[in-house]
Structures are given as C-alpha cells and as structure tokens.
Design a protein around this ligand. Structure first.
Ligand code: ATP
Length: 234
C-alpha cells in the first residue's frame, strides 16, 4: 500500500535518513522502532511531505507521491498524528476535530464522522466547546487521534502516542490504535515503548542511524538478541 524507496532526507547539513526502503501492507499495523535520533519522526515527516526527500521515492496505492506537499498526501489518504499531539490549544475540541477534515467538502458526512468520534471518546463530547489547551494529556491524545481520523484516512501514522501519558492511558491509547487497525485502517506506528509496539504489530522495522537494519514480524524482533539487548532491556 505504502512504499518508501531509498529515501534520503535531512535538515541543513544533517542527513537524517540515509536511504531507507520499506513498505506498509494494507490492513497491517506496522511498527517503526529505534533509539532517539534514529530517524523515526523524520520518516513520518518525509511521508507526510513535511520534510522533502533529497532522493528516493514515495508510492501509495500505486500513486507516485514523491515531492507531494502535505495537503496532497492527506488527500491521498494518509493522516499524521504527530509527536506531542500538537492540538490547537486556543481552539475548541470541536474546531480541532474539524481541522482534521479541512480538505473535505462533504459537510454532512463530516458531521456524522465527528459524532462517531464523540461516541468513541465521550470525554471529548463532554468538552466539545472547551479550548483544547485545557484538556489533560490523555484527552489531548484522544483529540489528536480523533482529528487524524476526521480525514477518513486509509493509512494513519502515529508518532510516539504514549509519550508523557499515565500507564492506564497508555494502555487505552494502544487499545484504540489496535482497534483502528482491526476496523480496516492501515497503521504505521512509531513508538519508544518497543515491547508494546512489537507486541501489537503485524510487521516491524528497526531504524538505526537513519538506516533500516532489521525487519520481521513483531515476534521475530522480540526474539532477536540484538533487539532484546538494545531495546527491550533483556
Ligand atoms: P526522537 O524519538 O528523538 O524523535 P527519532 O528517531 O524520531 O528520535 P528524528 O527526530 O527523526 O529521530 O531525528 C533524526 C536526526 O535528525 C537526528 O540526528 C536529529 O538530531 C535530526 N533532526 C531532527 N529534527 C531536526 C530539525 N528540526 N533540525 C535539525 N536536525 C533535526
């Protein structure tokens, strides 16, 4: 469904991705793990069009999206739930959700999707007129997930969704991400909690120094001695 081929990109003099190739198959939950600075966030930003590719290609459902700007990527069906949630703090919950649908013109369908999200996250419904900046960290994460879903993505990318959340909220967030996959939306997950990510994914890639150094099923990576030692604290 998604293919990144020999992608090279970076920031000024820093080359963050040194030519990475991977694919995400339709219907799967694919995890991208690695240490801080390995290039995980940059990979998601490259797919979103936020960081331009210096070389390589991006394909989604056989459409070539190399060089496409973020609105075209979103329109193609790829949503990005960024690290640190990045809700718009001075806008209400409802306005934040509507921002996720800003490229859609089917207003009644958008309203129906918003109601579905309120059904899924009752706390957001209760706080729909409240400024997003007043929500707790967990509520902001639910809002960021809801906002990403408002574009009706076929692929949704999550960047460190568990970061800074209390353990019970982390569990809840992971359950929501699994359910998103189970209801047919493809997921690309970047997670610092390597065990949780490997445990729930269908396929995983390990990124080190801007290169994919290992790939396999979650179970295969969990059993790999290097992964165990460097990422699972075993
Ligand atoms: P983290 O979990 O810390 O976000 P990561 O695996 O997501 O790590 P990236 O954020 O993609 O890693 O960073 C990859 C490399 O690019 C690192 O060397 C980092 O210092 C550098 N980098 C990331 N963002 C920028 C930026 N805005 N300007 C300059 N260099 C950056």
């Amino acid at each position: 469904m998604l293919e990144l081929i020999n992608a090279v990109c970076g920031y000024g003099g820093v080359t963050a991705l040194q030519g990475i190739t991977f694919e995400v198959k339709a219907g799967q939950l694919v995890a991208l793990i690695g240490a801080n600075g390995a290039g995980k966030s940059t990979t998601l930003r490259a797919i979103s069009g936020l960081v331009p590719l210096r070389a390589g290609a991006l394909r989604f459902d056989n459409e070539v999206l190399t060089g496409a700007r973020p609105p075209r990527i979103l329109k193609a069906g790829i949503a990005h739930c960024p690290e640190g949630r990045r809700v718009f703090p001075h806008m209400t919950v409802e306005e934040n959700l509507d921002m996720g649908a800003y490229l859609r013109s089917d207003r009644s369908e958008v309203a129906a999707d918003r109601d579905r999200i309120y059904g899924e996250f009752p706390r957001l419904a209760e706080r729909r007129k409240q400024a997003a900046g007043t929500l707790s960290g967990g509520e902001q994460q639910m809002l960021a997930i809801g906002r990403a879903l408002m574009s009706r993505p076929r692929l949704v990318m999550f960047d460190e969704p568990s970061l800074g959340l209390a353990p019970n909220i982390v569990e809840r967030t992971f359950a929501i991400i699994r359910r998103i996959r189970d209801t047919g939306t493809t997921v690309l997950l970047v997670e610092q909690n390597a065990f949780a990510a490997l445990d729930m994914c269908d396929h995983a890639y390990l990124l080190e120094g801007g290169r994919i150094v290992l790939s396999g099923s979650g179970a295969e990576l969990i059993a790999n001695p290097h992964v165990r030692k460097a990422y699972l604290g075993a």
